[in-house]
Every structure is written in structure tokens, then in C-alpha cells.
Design a protein around this ligand. Structure first.
Ligand code: OGA
Ligand code: NI
Length: 359
């Protein structure tokens, strides 16, 4: 008798979500396809108190006192140069709104798998998409993470379920966008430019904002799995919030530093487009999401980028000031995002593709 051949579509995940897998009672180990081997020298250093990302006080940044503002602008510049990451406190977005947003995302991830299927699309710029891992068609190792990505600007998109998601995400998106705008303006000034220089050059009023929620369930062997491997973010600035679990690590002076943000703070990082604009002065820093064996971690990363049709190029005023040549050629943000999502560039810094060869 001929053997029965079961055809398996390699692009289909074995489980629809890591949540389903992690919820199964018997799971006491990390299955092979999720096993991520980390170089022992690459382990994070969690206990060095000297090592924590700088804190920017938003109330001082937006203060009526020019001295206080100037001080914060300088601090932003230093944080961007030395860390590429900082946390923002006193930003006025209610902690209760952040919690409601995290809770709405949790309720989405907890919907029955059947009910999430309609959002499992594959195209990069689909207004709403959810899934597991990164891109199951090309992942060599499955990531210990489910995601939900919703484009909230320039057009606001939303889900009709779970109940409340739409209202909460609209408010969260608006408030976060306003904070991101102030930060962008502060960064612009820290470079000696007009506050709205970068916003104007990058068509910020049509810029992309994505509400990207990550769900990392507790993992029985956290050292053998990864939430998101080391990568850089593609946009101008990313703002991130999380529930009360840590996990984000940032590469700083060749060491992985665990981010311990104040409750209610936004964690902010510079993205690839900013590195291009500043000709490498402000670098898009490597970071990763680790997992833990205690409780589910939820984070919401909110990347803000240029308008999709807008290419970032090193800013000529800065090149003149520094006496430098442009290190990058231009590419529209849309093309850049496509490149970053392509199999050839899997979790690799795409900036190298745009780098001018002869300087
Ligand atoms: C991201 C990211 C880190 C985290 O979504 O790009 O880096 O802590 N997330 O979830
Ligand atoms: Ni990231």
C-alpha cells in the first residue's frame, strides 16, 4: 500500500499563536522550532545600576521657561548620541489610558483563534494585521511572540472587537502622536535646526504611525527562546509602553542593558530614518525583547515615520556644519520598509543597503 503523504504548507504556522502553545498544560520545554541559541557572552547585564537609559522630563521640555527647555533639548541630544534610547516622564498621557490600551490589546490576543483569523493578512502595509512570530514564511526560528499591528496615522484604522478597543486606541494614538511630535521637535532643535525642520522635511502631517502590540506569554525555558531578536526600528522615533513586566534590552557599549522604565513612562528610541537624516550622529540602536518564565508580558511599540512617499536624506545644513559628505542615498519610506521586511534583509540593518560606498 502506498504511504499516505500529508502535504504541509511550510508557510502555515503549526500553531496559530504562541499563546495557544504556551497555554497548553503540558508545555514544560521550548519546542525545537522555537529554540533560539544565544551566545553566552551576549547575555544581558541586568544588575549594573550605572547602566540605565537617560530620563527626559517632558514637562521641562515643554516648559514656558526657555532655560528649562534648553536644558532638556541638550539632554535629548546627548541621549540620542550616547544611547539612541531614553525614557520620557511627566508627558501628561494618563497612566490609566496606557493601562486601558494594554488591556484592550490583551483582550484582543485572548480572543478565540477563530475570531482573529480575519486579521491574519500578510501584506506589509495592510491597515490591520495580526499573527505570530515575525513572518512565518521566512522565520528560521519561531519567535515567542504574537503581534497585532494597526496603522493609526495618517488614516486611523481600528478593530470592531474586542469591545472598547476602537475608542481606547483612538485616544491613545492621538495622545501618543502629540508626545512624539514634541519629541521630534526637541530632537530637531538638539541638532541646531528649527523645531519643525524634521517634521516639515519628512511630511510628518502625513507620517506613518503604527500601534504594534506584542504579546509574550511566560516561557518555560526563557533562556532558550526569544521574543524579538536584535533589530533596529525603521522609522524616525518609536514610543513604547509595557505592562509591569520588563524584557526590552538595548545594546549599549557592546553590552545588553535591560530597560527598567518608570511606571507610566514612554520608552523612546531613534529609528533608521533618523540615523539617515543625521548622517549617523543619532544612531538607530540595536534592541531585542527577551521572555520570562513568570507572566505574560505585553508591550505596545508605536513607530512614527515619514510619509510613505518621502525619502530621508542626510540634512544638508548638518553636513555643511560638520563638513561631512552624505553617507546615505535616498529611498522612500515605503520602499525602505519593504526592504526591511524582505527575506534578504531578515532582522538585518537595511541602512547598509543605502550607504554610499566611497566614504
Ligand atoms: C518592537 C520592539 C520591544 C519590546 O516591537 O520593535 O522592539 O520590548 N519591541 O516589546
Ligand atoms: Ni523594535
Amino acid at each position: 500500500m502506498a504511504p499516505t503523504v500529508t502535504s504541509v504548507d511550510a508557510t502555515e504556522p503549526k500553531v496559530a499563536s504562541i499563546k495557544t502553545l504556551a497555554d497548553s498544560d503540558a508545555l514544560t520545554y521550548v519546542p525545537t522550532e522555537y529554540t533560539y541559541t544565544m551566545d553566552p557572552n551576549d547575555k544581558g547585564d541586568e544588575n549594573d545600576p550605572e547602566h540605565s537609559i537617560p530620563i527626559i522630563d517632558f514637562a521641562l521640555l515643554t516648559s514656558a521657561s526657555p532655560d528649562e527647555r534648553a536644558q532638556m533639548i541638550q539632554k535629548i541630544g546627548k541621549a540620542c548620541e550616547e544611547w539612541g534610547f531614553f525614557q520620557v516622564i511627566n508627558h501628561g498621557v494618563p497612566e490609566s489610558l496606557m493601562k486601558e490600551m494594554i488591556d484592550a490589546c490583551r483582550r484582543f490576543f485572548e480572543l478565540p483563534e477563530e475570531e482573529k483569523k480575519e486579521f491574519q493578512t500578510r501584506n506589509l502595509l495592510d491597515p490591520i494585521k495580526c499573527g505570530t512570530s515575525f513572518n512565518v514564511a521566512i522565520d528560521k526560528v519561531r519567535l515567542w511572540r504574537d503581534y497585532l499591528k494597526v496603522i493609526a496615522h495618517p488614516e486611523f484604522n481600528s478593530l470592531y472587537k474586542p469591545a472598547g478597543y476602537s475608542e481606547v486606541s483612538l485616544e491613545f494614538s492621538k495622545r501618543t502622536h502629540a508626545v512624539a511630535t514634541e519629541i521630534l521637535n526637541g530632537i530637531s532643535e538638539s541638532l541646531g535646526l528649527e523645531a519643525d525642520y524634521i517634521a516639515k522635511a519628512m511630511n510628518w502631517d502625513r507620517g506613518l504611525q503604527i500601534l504594534a502590540a506584542n504579546y509574550y506569554p511566560a516561557c518555560p525555558q526563557p533562556d532558550l527562546a526569544i521574543g524579538i531578536p536584535p533589530h533596529t526600528d525603521h522609522g524616525l522615533v518609536t514610543l513604547l509602553i509595557q505592562n509591569d513586566m520588563c524584557g526590552l534590552e538595548v545594546k549599549h557599549n557592546d553590552q545588553w542593558v535591560l530597560v527598567k522604565a518608570a511606571p507610566g513612562a514612554f520608552v523612546v528610541n531613534v529609528g533608521d530614518q533618523m540615523q539617515i537624516l543625521t548622517n549617523d550622529k543619532y544612531r538607530s540602536v540595536w534592541h531585542r525583547a527577551t521572555v520570562n518564565n513568570t507572566a505574560t508580558r505585553i508591550s505596545i511599540a508605536v513607530p512614527h515615520g515619514p510619509a510613505l512617499d518621502t525619502p530621508a536624506l542626510p540634512i544638508s545644513e548638518l553636513l555643511e556644519k560638520e563638513g561631512e559628505k552624505a553617507k546615505y542615498i535616498g529611498m522612500t519610506y515605503e520602499k525602505f520598509m519593504e526592504l526591511q521586511a524582505s527575506p534578504a534583509a531578515y532582522m538585518m540593518p537595511c541602512l547598509d543597503h543605502l550607504r554610499v560606498k566611497d566614504n
